[in-house]
Ligand binder design. Sequence first.
Ligand code: IPE
Ligand code: IPE
Ligand code: MG
Length: 246
Amino acid sequence: MGIFRKKKNATAGRLDPEKLPRHIAIIMDGNGRWAQKRGLPRTAGHAAGAETFRTIATYCRDIGIQYLSVYAFSTENWKRPADEVAAIMGLLERFLREALETMEKDRVKVRFFGDVSVLSDRMQELIAETAEISSHYDGVQVNMCVNYGGRDEILRAARSYARDYAADGRALDDKTFERYLYSAGVPDPDLIIRPSGEQRLSNFLLWQAAYAELYFTDVYWPDFTTQELDRAIIAFQHRKRRFGGV
Ligand code: IPE
Ligand code: IPE
Ligand code: MG
């Protein structure tokens, strides 16, 4: 019977509440395929994905995750049909309005990573308002990545640094450089999750991902559940992080 002994499953077991990742980042992918599979328009997938985001953000707050970064719209996603882009922006606006109404109660802090200056004036006002309220307390922090691209972020940081260097000549080290990134002040993600079966970063948190543990699952984002998140966290808790050491 011994040869049939079960292989130890890296995702089995229980979640250890003492060893939670401090920062989880998620590439919310697979909305379109989820919808297509059901004969629905892609935009229905985005609406379903927005619901999943609500569930997962609430769950992260409840179990004590400190930072949750979510990739909602990339610098490359402008290539999509205008009606799809408009639908995604509409969902983001709704998220902001809801966040503003419930923030004090939910204690979910919201920050935006990405160039939001190209978004509508209305969106920019909502983002500014959300940032203002968020600055008043310390809850779980959601980093909403919109018009975000890792390369764009690094280039912007390099340009800003170069401007400051011309003024004060401060030497560049990684800690100094990080202050110019959208993620300034936020610890690097410990765990990056990508659903939908794709195994790539698609320009997400390129600098910050240096030592992140990567977790991939075939589930489409709208089907992603709190149990799926538990599985990802348990897998993370089985990883041996070395950061280049022994
Ligand atoms: C992710 O889902 C949401 C965004 C990129 C805005 P997709 O829309 O990429 O879904 P798929 O990959 O086409 O299934
Ligand atoms: C990454 O997904 C961006 C977001 C989830 C917002 P994409 O669907 O745009 O990535 P690719 O094109 O498959 O690499
Ligand atoms: Mg996709």
